[in-house]
Design a protein around this ligand. Structure first.
Ligand code: PMP
Length: 445
């Protein structure tokens, strides 16, 4: 497949964009990133005119795919034609907040921001302000954006910043624990319970191979935070309005967090984030409370129109039924292929999220791990499912980056940029896209 224009664009970009990209993960694809020209339904067309089935889907925001349904498209066009933004409130922000509050049981009030990172930064500050405490607990292998408080590696005893440019003292306020390990987090609360402002957790680790919670883990986090006066913050930047449909992952798992962070889908493909939660907690934000929070672009009218219309469209059409059904078909096909071709690998995901983790020789003992298996004590493949980030940590990353992904690309299938990041089914994908992709995996594996 000729990707000469992408190669030339990358060469050019290396002079003026750091590492040739505007977000670090985009530099990962070998030997250079594919530059996209346009989207078309469940597909993208690159700068050389090659067409791919697209499972990146903007890294999560594009629930409806690249061709927006007419009401969504025209709402965006209308807003953009009425002046890009104003710096004063619009009715759209109220309507969007009303929609989210109506559908997500734990959310009474919201504050919109411009990215998932901004949402988690603000949520951590809110939790610290509300509780008057400094420490937060996060999951090893969890991801909450490029922010100082959560770019931490190590464990409860030995930890430090995972990036240069962050003072080591910051990491002392953030305690990483292994996901799904009830004892570890209980011990941390026994030792630091009075100093912990919040536990910040993704319902499913979506940036580290898709790791599902074991039965009772989220309930334990809910109980511990409640008993120690800390807040439970669910990062639903990826799962929000994807897993569990309009009620989000918290409805699916039956947990009521104090605060939820959103991003991606709620902006309908435009830059967005939001913090939502109980009124007494949310009103700690200025101007009602003392936790300062502000943003020039927050609640941007075009973003609000795109997000609200997307969610309304999903509420009124068979969007979740379609993406979840195709997700099942895709995972079932991949489970079959993996069982035949690479039984040491692991198929993970649920609803419209999927990934094949290359856990060759990994501690996960691998094999196909069916969606929802983690929650089902009778699932025969229970041991095959990763339990925490370390189970997928020694996956065959180079094989995936240098051999597998490029081969799928040549076969007309675009996967997310790294081995551990989820891939997404959209409303625009078809059964044919799914079947073609399963065959491409079969050939490559
Ligand atoms: N939280 C989670 C769970 C995420 O997956 C991400 C990004 N993928 C973020 C926060 C950060 O969002 P953003 O990239 O919009 O800043």
């Amino acid at each position: 497949m000729n990707r000469e224009t992408s190669r030339e664009l990358y060469d050019r970009s290396l002079d003026v964009l750091v590492g040739g990209v505007n977000s670090t993960v985009r530099a990962a694809p070998q030997p250079y990133p594919t530059f996209v020209q346009s989207g078309d339904g469940g597909h993208v067309v690159d700068a050389d005119g090659n067409r791919y089935v697209d499972w990146v889907m903007g890294l999560g925001p594009l629930l409806l795919g690249h061709d927006l349904p007419q009401p969504v498209e025209s709402a965006i066009q209308r807003r953009a034609s009425e002046g890009p933004m104003y710096g004063v409130p619009t009715e759209l922000e109220v309507e969007h907040a009303e929609f989210v509050a109506r559908h997500v049981p734990s959310v009474e009030m919201l504050r919109f921001v411009n990215s998932g990172t901004e949402a988690t930064v603000s949520a951590v500050r809110l939790a610290r302000g509300y509780t008057g405490r400094n420490k937060i607990v996060v999951m090893q292998g969890g991801y909450h954006g490029a922010q100082e408080s959560t770019l931490v590696e190590g464990d409860a005893d030995h930890r430090g910043p995972s990036s240069a440019g962050i003072p080591p003292e910051f990491a002392q306020h953030t305690i990483p624990v292994p996901f799904n390990d009830t004892d570890a987090v209980t011990e941390v609360f026994e030792e630091h319970g009075d100093d912990i402002a919040a536990v910040l957790v993704e319902p499913i680790l979506a940036n580290k191979g898709i790791v599902e919670p074991v039965e009772g883990y989220h309930e334990t986090l809910r109980d511990l935070t409640h008993d120690h006066g800390a807040l439970l913050v669910w990062d639903e930047v990826i799962t929000g309005f994807r897993v569990g449909g309009l009620g989000c992952a918290q409805s699916e798992f039956g947990i009521t967090p104090d605060v939820t962070t959103f991003g991606k889908i709620i902006g309908g493909g435009f830059p967005v984030g939001a913090i939502g939660g109980r009124t007494d907690v949310m009103e700690e934000f200025t101007p009602t409370g003392d936790v300062f929070q502000a943003g020039t672009f927050s609640g941007h009218p075009v973003t609000m129109a795109a997000g609200l219309e997307t969610l309304q469209y999903a509420a009124e059409n068979d969007v979740y039924e379609h993406v979840n059904r195709l997700g099942d078909r895709l995972r079932e096909g991949l489970v079959e292929v993996v069982a035949e071709q690479a039984p040491e690998y692991t198929v993970v995901g649920r609803d419209s999220m999927f990934k094949v983790v290359f856990t060759r020789g990994g501690s996960a003992q691998s094999g196909p791990c069916a969606a929802g298996c983690r929650q089902d004590p009778d699932c025969e493949r229970h041991d095959a499912c990763p339990t925490d980030a370390s189970d997928v940590g020694d996956a065959a990353v180079d094989r995936w980056n240098r051999v597998f992904r490029p081969q799928l690309l040549d076969d007309g299938v675009m996967l997310s940029q790294n081995q551990f990041e989820s891939q997404f089914v959209s409303y625009a994908h078809t059964e044919e896209d799914v079947d073609r992709t399963v065959e491409a995996y079969r050939d490559a594996l």
